[in-house]
Design a protein around this ligand. Structure first.
Ligand SMILES: [Fe+2]
Ligand SMILES: [Fe+2]
Length: 284
């Protein structure tokens, strides 16, 4: 094992520059892009596993694969400009979910994805024109702009079909709502453009107990008040459907930097069960 790692290290040395050719701030930003692509891929993959819709299962799987490839494109870009991807503490999706709460149905998932994808393309176009942008970064931005267009298209097709079946107003209103939230999230981040590490750099470990943190995550992602969260009630009693569960599990995994196995997930009946697994996983 050690020798193959050494071989990879030698190849990396030969292929990629040693010194960082972009600013430290831009390295944080690219690392954030990379992690957000990964978060997008993971979300799409999870939704693909959950959905009962045959067409959606295909689309979401392809979308998952593409976002994973984008995460790799950013990883390669970072290596080519002499960097190493940094570990970042949040993603664009996590901010969205914190602001939006829980997408409770297919329409919300589609509308949110559509607004999100449009934002990515707009932002990548703006980034291309920033003075001093490294040619390698520009090239990656261009590649991803072209590929994101396909994501916008399939989601729009599904939204149009939804509007034809359920009326345009409901779709329009949902899009307007998410647009407003997107503006808020984006403008909140923009303030930190020249000191991005402050947003995505390492956070102080929370002094709150596992229960307090879990209660907060559950309230945020399930759209409840913290006082309504009970550890002994079943998730079904709290009105958690399979889509809620996907969003909730991702929020818990992000907060605690953990990944549940499928067996663990299907064994969860109550929040107390989740807390017990977290306690077991986080003790030294
Ligand atoms: Fe992407
Ligand atoms: Fe995308």
């Amino acid at each position: 094992m050690a020798s193959s790692v050494a071989v990879i290290a030698r190849e990396v040395e030969r292929e990629y520059p040693q010194a960082l050719e972009i600013s430290e701030n831009e390295l944080w930003l690219l690392s954030y892009y990379r992690e957000s692509e990964l978060a997008g891929g993971l979300l799409m993959g999870r939704l693909a596993r959950e959905t009962d819709d045959d067409d959606l299962r295909v689309r979401l799987t392809e979308h998952c694969a593409e976002e994973a490839r984008h995460a790799w494109a950013w990883t390669e870009c970072i290596l080519r400009v002499g960097g190493t991807p940094k570990k970042v503490s949040e993603t664009y999706q996590s901010r969205y979910h914190a602001a939006v709460g829980n997408p409770t149905n297919l329409l919300e998932v589609l509308a949110l994805t559509q607004i999100f994808e449009r934002r990515v393309v707009r932002h990548f176009r703006a980034h291309q024109s920033w003075p001093g942008t490294h040619p390698e970064v520009k090239r990656t931005l261009q590649q991803l702009i072209e590929e994101e267009a396909g994501h916008i298209r399939w989601v729009k097709d599904r939204l149009d079909a939804y509007a034809a079946a359920n009326g345009e107003t409901v779709v329009k209103e949902m899009m307007e709502r998410f647009k407003r939230i997107d503006e808020e999230v984006y403008n909140g981040l923009k303030r930190y453009a020249d000191r991005f590490e402050q947003v995505v750099g390492p956070k102080q470990p929370s002094a709150d107990s596992i229960e307090q943190r879990l209660r907060r995550v559950a309230a945020d992602s399930l759209g409840h008040d913290e006082s309504e969260i009970r550890f002994d009630a079943t998730l079904a009693e709290m009105g958690v459907d399979s889509l809620d569960l996907v969003v909730f599990m991702m929020a818990v995994e992000e907060e605690f930097r953990i990944e549940f196995t499928r067996e663990e997930q299907s064994a969860f009946r109550t929040l107390g069960d989740v807390a017990a697994v977290l306690k077991g996983a986080t003790k030294d």
